[in-house]
Design a protein around this ligand. Structure first.
Ligand SMILES: *[C@@H]1O[C@H](CO)[C@@H](O)[C@H](O)[C@H]1NC(C)=O
Ligand SMILES: *[C@@H]1O[C@H](CO)[C@@H](O)[C@H](O)[C@H]1NC(C)=O
Ligand SMILES: *[C@@H]1O[C@H](CO)[C@@H](O)[C@H](O)[C@H]1NC(C)=O
Ligand SMILES: *[C@@H]1O[C@H](CO)[C@@H](O)[C@H](O)[C@H]1NC(C)=O
Ligand SMILES: *[C@@H]1O[C@H](CO)[C@@H](O)[C@H](O)[C@H]1NC(C)=O
Ligand SMILES: *[C@@H]1O[C@H](CO)[C@@H](O)[C@H](O)[C@H]1NC(C)=O
Ligand SMILES: *[C@@H]1O[C@H](CO)[C@@H](O)[C@H](O)[C@H]1NC(C)=O
Ligand SMILES: *[C@@H]1O[C@H](CO)[C@@H](O)[C@H](O)[C@H]1NC(C)=O
Ligand SMILES: *[C@@H]1O[C@H](CO)[C@@H](O)[C@H](O)[C@H]1NC(C)=O
Length: 385
């Protein structure tokens, strides 16, 4: 007797495309950029417009300098009171996902209240605030899925400062720069792993202008997440092998916002069958020391795993078995600890190489029963003879 289970899993084909947006880094100058101005801020108006973008409200063209730190020392946009910029692009070809990466910072002015940035597109809207909890750079990099489009649909991307009642003169308005759109195409098959994107290779683009990874904020929807097939709780950092120690491949997840932050996926499995979940727990070689404690949940099974880290890039491979349930089985990785580096930056456990397979234990559990039944049948037959 042989049990044959056919699994259809998918991996995503990735298409990098940098030129969907015009002037995505604001380096094409505004029409009347003063060459000898002493102020790093130039208010956009009917005479000072920015190529590729439409604006509304108070929008300032910012030049890096003493008052403003920007990636690449270039230019950026500060969204002031009711400030809003937008650009429309055309989603040509098949239906594909559009993932946005951008940098967010604050101009250092005498400000008290931080205002967040709202990024929206026809299918989505998300709010980002500059926190500086997860890195030392003067800007933060965020990743966000805008939506899925194709067939020539036109997509209006809008960035705006959140409406505020506070004194505009003491408000820290958001400064946005270096927008990068990456697209992810249709699914392909993979039979080695029941979990698509278990190695976290498919996510938003990394920016050359940052050495600190891409922050992903809470996203409860599997289809709307920038991390393909995973929902996000709290804040996680999408890290790359160029700047961090990555257990496998080119990218991994570092759970940075402490207790209850993490990632989750769901998979329809065969009810009552045994499965094996394998993963790697490590540290990113980013001086995150202490005990890294992760709770892993798979269906009705839960187990804790820990790693004593000295922050210099260690990894341990773990596995656990569990039974598939009647409804899609949820697989969760949660941090049970809040960890900070000596310099105050929040950090945490790295998860990578998550592999889900039907357990061979299933077969060997059945074998003794089958053998016993076989002998019982022979016994009965010999009695009959
Ligand atoms: C900038 O240069 C223009 C002429 O090129 C001059 O009229 C103006 O006064 C200068 N402004 C400053 C702030 O130096
Ligand atoms: C734009 O330029 C025109 C012509 O020079 C001028 O009349 C107008 O006041 C300028 N607008 C602003 C907002 O500075
Ligand atoms: C820029 O920074 C200097 C001090 O570095 C300060 O005196 C000045 O007011 C700042 N300018 C603006 C526009 O905030
Ligand atoms: C910005 O949005 C408005 C509609 O709200 C649209 O008319 C305009 O064309 C958009 N600008 C760009 C550059 O796409
Ligand atoms: C605003 O952001 C700055 C930079 O991270 C931070 O120091 C400050 O505490 C924040 N202020 C508020 C009111 O959140
Ligand atoms: C903000 O500052 C400007 C001048 O820099 C001033 O005209 C305005 O009254 C101030 N607004 C508030 C609410 O204090
Ligand atoms: C895992 O650790 C947390 C925190 O110490 C604890 O609350 C939880 O019960 C543990 N879970 C399991 C399955 O041991
Ligand atoms: C950190 O731990 C690794 C083993 O995990 C060890 O080889 C290394 O020497 C330790 N480094 C420090 C600075 O303690
Ligand atoms: C950790 O980073 C240091 C340099 O900062 C490097 O020498 C070391 O090889 C890295 N460790 C791992 C495990 O990648």
């Amino acid at each position: 007797m042989k049990l044959a289970i056919i699994f259809i899993t998918c991996i995503f084909r990735s298409i990098a495309s940098a030129d969907i947006l015009q002037n995505p880094d604001f380096e094409l100058p505004i029409s009347n950029l003063p060459t000898n101005s002493t102020s790093p801020f130039v208010l956009l108006n009917e005479n000072n417009t920015i190529p590729g973008w439409t604006f509304q409200g108070e929008v300032q063209y910012v030049t890096a300098g003493a008052n403003v730190s920007l990636p690449r020392n270039g230019h950026a946009i500060m969204l002031g009171q009711d400030g809003k910029i937008n650009q429309t692009f055309t989603a040509n070809g098949d239906l594909i996902q559009y993932l946005l990466t951008f940098t967010l910072s604050l101009a250092s002015r005498n400000c008290k209240a931080n205002v967040s940035l709202v990024v929206s597109a026809p299918d989505s809207s998300a709010e980002f605030s500059f926190t500086q909890k997860f890195g030392k750079e003067a800007w933060e990099v965020y990743g966000h899925q805008l939506g899925t489009w194709g067939n020539g649909e036109s997509v209006n991307l809008i960035l705006q400062s959140q409406v505020t009642d506070t004194d505009p003169n003491s408000t820290c308005w958001p400064v946005v720069d270096t927008l990068f759109l990456k697209t992810l195409g249709p699914l392909a098959q993979n039979s080695d792993n029941l979990l698509p994107n278990g190695g976290f290779e498919l996510g938003p683009a990394f920016l050359d202008s940052s050495g600190e990874g891409v922050l992903l904020i809470s996203e409860p929807s599997l289809v709307e997440s920038a991390l393909q097939q995973w929902t996000i709780m709290g804040t996680v950092k999408y890290i790359n092998s160029k700047n961090y120690f990555i257990p496998e491949g080119k990218a991994a997840i570092e759970i940075v916002s402490g207790v209850s932050a993490g990632i989750q996926t769901a998979k329809t499995l065969s009810d009552g069958s045994n499965y094996n979940l394998e993963f790697m727990l490590g540290d990113a070689n980013d001086s995150c020391s202490g005990e890294l404690l992760v709770g892993v949940g798979a269906g009705s099974s839960a187990q804790n795993f820990s790693l004593q880290s000295n922050g210099s890039g260690a990894v341990k491979k773990y596995s656990m078995t569990f039974k598939g349930g009647p409804s899609p089985t949820q697989i969760t990785f949660l941090s049970y600890k809040t960890t900070q580096r000596e310099d105050g930056v929040f950090c945490g456990p790295v998860i990578d190489g998550v592999v889900l397979r039907a357990s061979h234990g299933h077969k060997s559990n059945l074998q003794p029963i089958l053998i016993a039944l076989f002998f019982l049948a022979i016994l009965q037959m010999s009695e009959l003879l």
